[in-house]
Design a protein around this ligand. Structure first.
Ligand code: ARG
Length: 466
C-alpha cells in the first residue's frame, strides 16, 4: 500500500510513504489542475524576482522559465500527465520542472510555500473570473437595451403581488434588469479591488529571511496592491467569498428574469414565444414546448447559493493561518464561475430568440382597472385630496365590476355620480397610451423618459467597458 517516501517533494522527514487511500483522499489535482496557467505565470514571476535579487543565478532563472514554458505547452496540447500521487497542481508542475531541468528546478520553491503559492493562484483565477463575468454582464445588458429600444411604445401590464397594477412599457420592464445588472457589475468592480492584492512573499506564514522583492512580483503580475500581513496573506479567502456572493446576487437577478420568462411563455400569459432552438420538448406530451433554459437557470441559482454556504462554512472558525480545509475552497469557486458564466451566456442567447406578442401584452394591460390610479391622479389635478380621490376611484371600480364595464366605458353621467369635478377630459386619463405617456417623472415609464434612460445606458455601457 505504501509508496517510497522519497517520491514526495516534501518526503525528507518521513521514513514511510503515504498510503494510497490517503493520496486519494487528500489530492486536489483532479480539480485544481485548472489553475495550471496561473500557477506557471506566478512561478515565472517568482523566478524572475529570485534572479533579480541574486538569490538564484540568471542561468538558473532562464532554465526555469524555459522549462515552465515547455510544461505549459504540453498542458495546453493535452500531453501532460497530471499525477495523483503528486497531490496538487503546484507539485505536479514543480516536479515536472525538476524532472526536465534538474537542479535549477529545485531552486524555484526558494522563498515560497504552497501556502502563498495557492493563495496567489486563486487570486489570479478570481481576477480573471471577475473580468469574464463582467464581460458577460455587459453583453447581456447591451442585448436588453437594444430590445428595449425597439419596444419603447409597447404597453404591457406592470404587476405587484402578481396582480395587474399599472400599465408600463416593455422597454421600461427590461431596463429594470439592466439596472440590476449594472449594480452587479459594480459589485464585481469592488470585489476586484480586494482580489487584486499580492499574497506571494508571505511564504508559509511568517515571511522569509531571504531578500525578496515583493513589489517586483506585484508589478510583474499586475497587482495594484500587496497583502501587507503575511499571516493574513495565506489565511484570507474573503475574496473568493465575495466572488461567490456577488455571483449569487447575479444569479438571483437572472432567476427572477427566468421566472418571468417561464410565466410569460405559458398559454395563460402568452406574452412571448421562445424560438424552437432554445426550448425542448416532452418525451410523452407531443404538444409541449418547454422553457428549460429558464427553468435550469432558476435551478442553477440554488447551486451557486449552495457554494456560498459551503465556502462560508468552510472558512468559519478556522484558526490562523493556512489549514488544509482551505483546499476545499476551489470546488465551490470553480462551480460558481462555470455556472454564472454559462447562465449569463445562455440567457443572453435565449433572450435574442424571444418573440414578444405586443398585441397580447397591450390587450392584457387594457383590462383589470390598471388605470384606476390615473383616475385618482386626475381627481388630484382637479383639487381633490388624494385620499378622497382614492375613495372615489375605488367606488367607480366597484360600480364597473358590478356593471361589467371598464373605466373608459363609463359615460360622463355615470362618472359624475361619483364626483362633480369629473369632466370630458377624464377620457384622456383613462386611456392606456396617455397613462403611460404622462408617467414622465424621473425614472417613470413614459416613452420620453425611457428613451432618455436608454440614451444614458448606451453611453454608460460603451464608455464603462474596460
Ligand atoms: N493543494 C493545497 C490547497 O489547495 C495547496 C496548499 C497546500 N499546503 C500545504 N501546506 N499542505 O490548499
Amino acid at each position: 500500500m505504501d509508496n517510497p517516501a522519497g517520491k514526495k517533494l516534501w518526503g525528507g522527514r518521513f521514513t514511510q510513504g503515504v498510503a494510497k487511500s490517503v493520496e486519494a483522499y487528500t489530492e486536489s489535482i483532479s480539480f485544481d489542475w485548472r489553475l495550471w496557467q496561473f500557477d506557471i505565470e506566478g512561478s515565472k514571476a517568482h523566478a524572475k524576482m529570485l534572479a533579480k535579487q541574486q538569490i538564484i543565478t540568471d542561468s538558473d532563472a532562464s532554465a526555469i522559465l524555459k522549462g515552465l514554458d515547455e510544461i505549459a505547452g504540453e498542458i495546453r496540447a493535452g500531453s501532460f500527465v497530471f499525477r495523483q500521487e503528486l497531490e496538487d497542481v503546484h507539485m505536479n508542475v514543480e516536479s515536472a520542472l525538476i524532472d526536465r531541468i534538474g537542479d535549477p528546478g529545485r531552486k524555484l520553491h526558494t522563498a515560497r510555500s504552497r501556502n502563498d503559492q495557492v493563495a496567489l493562484d486563486v487570486r489570479l483565477y478570481v481576477r480573471a473570473g471577475i473580468k469574464e463575468v463582467q464581460r458577460l454582464i455587459r453583453e447581456f445588458q447591451r442585448t436588453l437595451v437594444s430590445v428595449a429600444e425597439e419596444n419603447v411604445h409597447c404597453i404591457m401590464p406592470g404587476y405587484t403581488h402578481m396582480q395587474r397594477a399599472q400599465p408600463v412599457t416593455l422597454a421600461h420592464h427590461l431596463l429594470a434588469y439592466v439596472e440590476m445588472l449594472a449594480r452587479d457589475y459594480e459589485r464585481f468592480d469592488d470585489a476586484y479591488k480586494r482580489a487584486d492584492s499580492l499574497p506571494l512573499g508571505a511564504c508559509a506564514l511568517a515571511g522569509t529571511t531571504l531578500a525578496v522583492d515583493r513589489d517586483f512580483v506585484a508589478d510583474t503580475l499586475g497587482f495594484s496592491r500587496m497583502c501587507e500581513n503575511s499571516m493574513d496573506a495565506v489565511s484570507d479567502r474573503d475574496f473568493v467569498i465575495e466572488f461567490i456572493s456577488n455571483s449569487s446576487i447575479v444569479m438571483m437577478h437572472l432567476s427572477r428574469m427566468a421566472e418571468e420568462i417561464v410565466l410569460w411563455a405559458t398559454k395563460e400569459f402568452a406574452f412571448i414565444e421562445i424560438s424552437d432552438a432554445y426550448t425542448t420538448g416532452s418525451s410523452i406530451m407531443p404538444q409541449k414546448k418547454n422553457p428549460d433554459i429558464a427553468e435550469l437557470l432558476r435551478g442553477k441559482t440554488a447551486r451557486v447559493y449552495g457554494s456560498l454556504m459551503s465556502i462560508l462554512t468552510l472558512m468559519k472558525a478556522l484558526p490562523l493561518t493556512y489549514n488544509r480545509d482551505m483546499q476545499e475552497d476551489k470546488l465551490p469557486m470553480f462551480d460558481t464561475a462555470d455556472t454564472v458564466t454559462a447562465s449569463l451566456f445562455m440567457i443572453n442567447e435565449m433572450f435574442q430568440a424571444i418573440a414578444f406578442d405586443v398585441k397580447r401584452m397591450y390587450e392584457t394591460a387594457s383590462g383589470g382597472f390598471a388605470l384606476a390610479t390615473d383616475l385618482a391622479e386626475y381627481l388630484v389635478n382637479k383639487g381633490v385630496p388624494f385620499r378622497s380621490a382614492h375613495e372615489i376611484t375605488g367606488r367607480c371600480v366597484r360600480y364597473c365590476i358590478e356593471n361589467k364595464k371598464e373605466l373608459h366605458e363609463l359615460t360622463l353621467e355615470e362618472f359624475k355620480t361619483f364626483s362633480g369635478v369629473i369632466e370630458a377630459d377624464v377620457y384622456v386619463f383613462v386611456q392606456l397610451e396617455k397613462s403611460v405617456e404622462l408617467k414622465s417623472s424621473r425614472g417613470g415609464t413614459s416613452p420620453d423618459e425611457v428613451a432618455r434612460q436608454i440614451a444614458r445606458l448606451k453611453e454608460d455601457l460603451s464608455v464603462r467597458l474596460y
